[in-house]
Design a protein around this ligand. Structure first.
Ligand SMILES: [Zn+2]
Length: 488
């Protein structure tokens, strides 16, 4: 009879730090430049070139550590990890080994509706390798593009606390969210700036000792992570069930065949002959600097959701939608903040007004890519438009019409209102009463229906009033007047 197995997963995530320049030189980190156009003696590894640590990269790594509950070390150190590979021209990678910047930490996330917390071993800083482009130009040659070489990364190493592919995916999505909201990483999996290695093993249920693990390298999509782990688990169980032994090795993921494949047997860590890089002094973070970084760190999605539901009148669903991307959250923050600052209504009303309008009108044509998002109308202009609605100089319906015109023409609210000749809402009872009496008189059949109890025809009359007043009538005033005059 087949035994039951438990899956054990630990993840190592490589996240590119969002800096303008590389970790040890001034070369730009822009993605997509022509090969070998963003290089210098330092990141090419030419003899005698000296690395200078990028202060901003170290700060971003510390910000990530603080948000993830790590112990941010006042002193950390860079080591040389020695190995030979064509994409590593120095013959070693500069990484943190014995003295990483961040120790410990944890990440809490939802798996379905269950909360799960996974421990972190450490978050260290290292440089990325260059990129081998196999078969470049259609030939048999391999071209090495050093643009990526020396780009700053953090490696976030989890404890082996994950128990399924579904948990692994939920962990990665939450981790990406946190890093994006902190502005530490752009979360762009397609461009490889957030990628993961998965350490996977299985053990018979009840056994304490871990099984032999394999490491699946460089998976760059949430779907592939799930598929690769599921495949690897069933492969390992198959090996054990047929009396074999799982071999500790590095495996790749082939998304075409849907299978993992053996790449090389796993070198032990001591094979890298780590030693402190003699060209780099220890990185020192004083307690004050760490405190300043903690205070200046942007808010995380769950903090925003808690504030928005308790103070700004949002439902949990609204708050979830509006924290779907850092730029959308910032947009809502700007619009709601401006409406609140106007002091015309309670904060919860201003928040709801902004949330409803953004979800109904603005999000329809927002495009996001990495940390960037394009909005058809800037937040400041939407705030200006909504403050007119708030002040009663535009109806909600007019606000939507003006917005759609602003989005297509690029004009501000004032220009659109002037060009379209949008009238201020008529809430003057005297002015509307004459129009409404005329409409009732012109539609005796509907009037009779209303009096006979078919109050649904009220909508018909509201429509007629809006047509006659070109949408400028204040809806609340119209309703109240109609209900009174239709009784007569
Ligand atoms: Zn360089």
């Amino acid at each position: 009879m087949a035994r039951a197995y438990e899956t054990v997963i630990g993840l190592e995530v490589h996240a590119q730090l969002k800096t303008a320049t590389k970790l040890f030189c001034g070369c730009p980190t822009d993605y997509g430049a022509a090969p070998n156009t963003q290089v210098c003696p330092v990141c090419l590894g030419l003899p005698g070139a000296l690395p200078v640590p990028n202060e901003r990269a170290m700060e971003l790594a510390a910000i990530a550590g603080l948000a993830l509950g790590c112990d941010v070390r006042s002193e950390s150190r860079f080591d040389r990890k020695n190995y030979f590979y064509p994409d590593l021209s120095k013959g070693y990678q500069i990484s943190q080994f014995e003295h990483p910047l961040n120790l410990g930490g944890h990440l809490t996330f939802l798996v379905g509706d269950q909360e799960k917390t996974v421990g972190l071993t450490r978050i260290h800083v290292e440089e990325d390798a260059a990129k081998n482009l196999h078969g470049a130009g259609g030939g048999a040659a391999t071209v090495v593009d050093f643009n990526r070489g020396g780009t700053p990364l953090i490696e976030i190493v989890s404890e082996p606390d994950l128990r399924s592919a579904v948990e692994a995916e939920a962990y990665l999505r939450k981790l990406r969210d946190v890093l994006m909201f902190l502005g530490v990483n752009d979360g762009n999996l397609e461009e490889g700036s957030f990628r993961c290695d998965a350490n996977v093993s299985v053990r018979p249920v009840g056994q304490e000792e871990f099984g032999t693990r394999t490491e699946i390298k460089n998976i760059n999509s949430f779907k592939f992570v799930r598929q690769a782990i599921d495949y690897e688990v069933s492969r390992q169980v198959g090996v054990l069930e047929s009396g074999g032994r799982v071999v500790q090795e590095t495996r790749g993921w082939n998304d075409v065949t849907g299978k993992t494949f053996s790449q090389r047997s796993k070198e032990d860590a001591h094979d890298y002959r780590y030693f402190p890089d003699p060209d780099l002094p220890p990185i020192v973070f004083g307690a004050e600097r760490i405190e300043a970084l903690r205070k200046a760190a942007p808010k995380l999605p769950e903090q925003l959701r808690a504030e928005w539901t308790s103070e700004w009148g949002l439902t949990p669903y609204d708050a979830e939608v509006l924290t779907g991307h850092p730029a959308i959250a910032a947009y809502f923050g700007e619009v709601a903040g401006a409406l609140d600052a106007g002091g015309r209504e309670p904060r919860a009303e201003a928040g709801k007004r902004a949330a409803n309008f953004i979800q109904a009108e603005v999000l329809r044509d927002v495009k996001t890519s990495g940390l960037d998002a394009t909005f058809s109308v800037p937040a400041a202009d939407v705030a200006e438009l909504l403050s007119r609605v708030q002040a009663g100089t535009l109806t909600g319906k007019q606000g939507k019409q003006v917005f759609s015109e602003m989005a297509s023409s690029g004009e501000g609210a004032e220009a659109v209102i002037a060009r379209l000749g949008v009238q201020a809402p008529i809430s003057d009872t005297g002015a509307l009463e004459g129009d409404i009496r005329a409409i009732i008189a012109a539609n005796p059949a509907q009037h009779e229906q209303y009096k006979a109890g078919k109050t649904k025809v009220l909508g018909f009359f509201v429509g007629q009033v809006m047509r006659v007043t070109k949408g400028a009538a204040d809806p609340a005033t119209v309703n109240a007047l109609l209900e009174r005059l239709l009784q007569e």
